[in-house]
Design a protein around this ligand. Structure first.
Ligand code: ADP
Length: 471
């Protein structure tokens, strides 16, 4: 990560530096050239004025001297040419004994080019490139004759300067790149530091250390969000871990109780009640009940781990919830006669949904079973199945029991949560019922919940999507 970031930053800065370096170099060179041409036009015009007007008095009428001074001070070559290309100025030899120097180029040819340029132009003067020079040329009168002024500025000089500027740009680019390289090293380190820290913390978490805190002091907004998410994951993991430990403790405890009872009553039959039929049957019944309890415990534990692990696929089909609810209620029928429970039902006919029939049966059975277990002294349980809109119908089971406190409400769906409160009647549940309900309904994607008021009772409900074609 660190090296990747570093490489990316460096490559990016290299690209930027190269791009700017080259484009600046091109524009700078161009700008310098245009400036040189502008300057030549200006100097050319001034020289032209000087050539065609009177020589200033300090030169004592020596025009040649005047022009030579101009040439040096303006850093340009000045030539005055006749119609056929003869050099009128400077005249050679300039001093006694001086040899005629070789002219820098052939003015016979140059004059043809200059004339051509002037005839193409509407103005009296032209600017063009020739013989490695920028040339300012114009037609003038000299001693009453037609003549031509040639002012040249060496291109080599202009090129050398702009090349010098270009290489400075390249040097600067290299310097900037080295700087960017170093800065990106620092920035990459700074950016990856929180990630490295988080990785180390995550490793600690993986080893079971739930005390790690992913938040750090110098994290940016995204890092803080990531840290919060990781902290949330840590909390959930720690909760799951705690619950798993509790589950194992509780399950082993609950497995042990019936086993102890079974063993105790079996011994009793062997040693004491063997001959006494009445006692023997009573004791044998306890063994059967405890074995049943053990069976349902094992079934629930298996069930929940199967659904949770996602090993078991849901088998979807059209389910007639109206008759199915009635069918499940019938299983509780015996409670009416033996224990005086009263079931008050309000079930609309023909309500279908799409779901796993067996699993939904378990859900209803658990919810009704809980209502029976936790209802009040009046032993009343209310069950309803009604349409609540065009697309939804609701199953609700209400009891008149002690209800569930607000703090406990979110907890009851968790695996193996059991209210700390003493129950009015011995509770047979395994503490896994609501966890199964939650897992099954979540996997179906159904909306469900509980409303409860302490002292008045609870209502558990499920909203089933209505299967249209059956409606
Ligand atoms: P249990 O086997 O203990 O009933 P459940 O998972 O079915 O396990 O329920 C978890 C806990 O939720 C129960 O122990 C009880 O505290 C609470 N609970 C469930 N249903 C009701 C109800 N109808 N009224 C009051 N409390 C309930």
């Amino acid at each position: 990560m660190f090296f990747l970031l570093w490489a990316v930053f460096s490559a990016l800065s290299l690209l930027i530096v190269l791009f700017f370096g080259f484009s600046q170099r091109a524009t700078l060179t161009q700008a310098y050239k245009s400036e040189a041409i502008r300057e030549l036009r200006h100097k050319g015009a001034q020289i032209e004025r000087a050539v065609t007007s009177d020589v200033p008095p300090e030169f004592d009428g020596n025009k040649s001297m005047y022009l030579r001074i101009l040439s040096t001070s303006y850093d340009v070559d000045i030539f005055i040419l006749s119609e056929n290309g003869t050099v009128l100025f400077p005249q050679f030899p300039q001093m006694e004994g001086e040899e005629t120097p070789e002219l820098p180029f052939d003015f016979q040819e140059e004059i043809i080019l200059l004339k051509a340029k002037l005839s193409e132009s509407d103005t009296n003067s032209v600017l063009y490139e020739s013989n490695e020079e920028y040339v300012y040329g114009s037609k003038i009168k000299q001693f009453g004759e037609d003549a031509y002024l040639y002012v040249g500025k060496s291109l080599t000089l202009v090129r050398a300067t702009s090349e010098e500027m270009g290489s400075r740009m390249v040097l600067m680019a290299v310097f900037i790149f080295i700087l960017a390289f170093a800065v990106s090293f620092a920035v990459s380190g700074w950016l990856t530091k929180p990630l490295t820290e988080m990785t180390q913390k995550a490793q600690r978490l993986a080893q079971g250390d739930f005390s790690v805190d992913f938040r750090g002091s110098d994290y940016g907004r995204e890092m803080v969000e990531l840290a919060d998410t990781l902290n949330h994951a840590r909390d959930e993991l720690s909760k799951t871990d705690k619950m798993q430990k509790e589950l194992i403790a509780n399950v082993s405890h609950d497995f042990k109780t019936p086993l102890t009872m079974i063993k105790a009553y079996a011994s009793m039959i062997l040693e004491i009640s063997g001959e006494n039929r009445e006692k023997r049957e009573k004791h044998a019944q306890v063994i059967v009940d405890e074995a049943d309890r053990l069976t349902s415990l094992v079934t629930d534990v298996l069930e929940i781990s199967k659904i949770r692990s996602g090993l078991e696929e849901l088998k979807f089909s059209d389910v007639d919830m109206s008759s199915y609810t009635q069918e499940i209620l019938d299983k509780f029928e015996y409670l009416k006669e033996t224990q005086g429970y009263r079931f008050e039902t309000e079930i609309e006919e023909g309500l279908f949904t799409l779901g796993d029939e067996v699993k939904l049966g378990q859900v209803l059975y658990n919810l009704i079973g809980n209502a029976v277990n936790y209802t009040g002294e009046d032993k009343r349980v209310f069950i309803s199945l009604k349409k609540t809109s065009d697309t939804v119908f609701r199953f609700a089971v209400r009891d008149t029991g002690a209800g569930i406190s607000q703090e406990e409400l979110p907890e009851i769906w968790d695996r193996y949560y059991r209210s700390a409160k003493a129950h009015k009647r011995p509770v047979k549940g395994t503490g896994l019922g609501l966890s199964i309900v939650k897992t099954v309904l979540e996997r179906h994607g159904f909306v469900f919940g509980v409303q409860s008021e302490e002292g008045k009772g609870s209502t558990f409900y499920i909203d089933f999507p209505l299967l249209e074609e059956k409606a």
